[in-house]
Write a protein that binds this ligand. Structure first.
Ligand SMILES: O=C[C@H](O)[C@@H](O)CC(=O)C(=O)O
Ligand SMILES: [Zn+2]
Length: 274
């Protein structure tokens, strides 16, 4: 069996505020996203977003159904975005091969049956949410993404946000990538919440001893998680999601929920955080 899954329940803010390090990590951190020769899923109860990794070594890896979806094929009632953070690879969707370069994303619409992930050195980060309509499979590239430049060097948060799904027709998925100017380490600060949509972050491009001090929790009741290279975190709809790295990093953010309006977020005033 080359497909594995794990289930994460939806945690409320009161329960989260009582958690120590181990419980926070167990509920909100995904340590092993990428396992050689495997497709590994974390099926969450936050908007039923599934977060996974596929690392083909030799043979192509099939997208197999998992028990929690309750469907014959994984995408019978879902859509998926695969982000390649490794070497260029190929994803086949119902017989059509799609070349997926490093930092390219492939959107695969509801109803696709036969999906295979291939390419030695390719590393696919997978995001999937329930769908109500079938949209065409489409390759999304950084060059075609909407770029937003934010922050400044003075506040160590100078960064470019690439909204890959800006012109995509999706049911729920909104996905992008954030890159930093040299020396800037703060993401999503000033921070925000969006109760309409959960979010997941994948932190990568970190040096082996580096980490991101990820911040979560309600704005007035924050907690931290130490996140290493190629680990993901789940942000419940009620939580802030921000962080500072001990060095350079890149991250992929992804949301699912009630709307796909990127700008529909409530800013948290800096004075309110505690
Ligand atoms: O809801 C959107 C996400 O939190 C990211 O777009 C935020 C982000 O990349 C950043 O500010 O650095
Ligand atoms: Zn957000």
């Amino acid at each position: 069996m080359s497909t594995d899954f794990d289930i994460r329940f939806a945690i409320d803010p009161i329960a989260a505020s009582a958690m120590g390090t181990d419980d926070l990590r167990e509920n909100f951190l995904i340590e092993d996203v990428f396992v050689d020769g495997q497709v590994c899923w974390t099926y969450t109860h936050y908007d039923r977003m599934a977060v996974g990794g596929a690392v083909p070594t030799g043979a192509a890896l099939a997208l197999e159904t998992i028990k929690p979806t309750g469907t014959a094929n994984f995408l019978d009632r879902r859509e998926l975005i695969a982000v390649n953070i490794g070497a260029p690879g190929t994803i086949s969707v119902d017989g059509a091969d799609h070349a997926v370069g490093s930092r390219d994303m492939l959107y695969i619409g509801m109803g696709a049956k036969d999906v295979h992930f291939a390419g030695e050195g390719a590393k696919y980060y997978l995001l999937s949410a329930p769908a109500h309509a079938s949209h065409p499979t489409v390759l999304l590239q950084q060059s075609g993404a909407k770029r937003l430049d934010m922050g400044s060097a003075e506040t160590a948060n100078e960064r470019s946000i690439y909204q890959y799904t800006n012109s995509l027709k999706s049911c729920q998925l909104v996905v992008g990538l954030t890159q930093f100017a040299p020396g800037s380490v703060w993401n999503t600060m000033p921070t925000h919440v969006h109760d309409r949509r959960m979010e997941a972050y994948l932190y990568f491009d970190l040096k082996p001893d580096a980490f991101v001090m990820h911040l979560m929790g309600e704005p007035t009741e924050t907690r931290h998680l130490i996140v290493r290279n190629e680990q993901a975190i789940l942000s419940p709809p009620w939580s802030i999601h921000a962080g500072a790295g001990t060095g350079a990093y890149t991250f992929i953010w992804a949301m699912a929920g009630d709307n796909i309006d990127y700008t529909d977020a409530e800013k948290v005033p800096m004075e309110e955080l505690r």
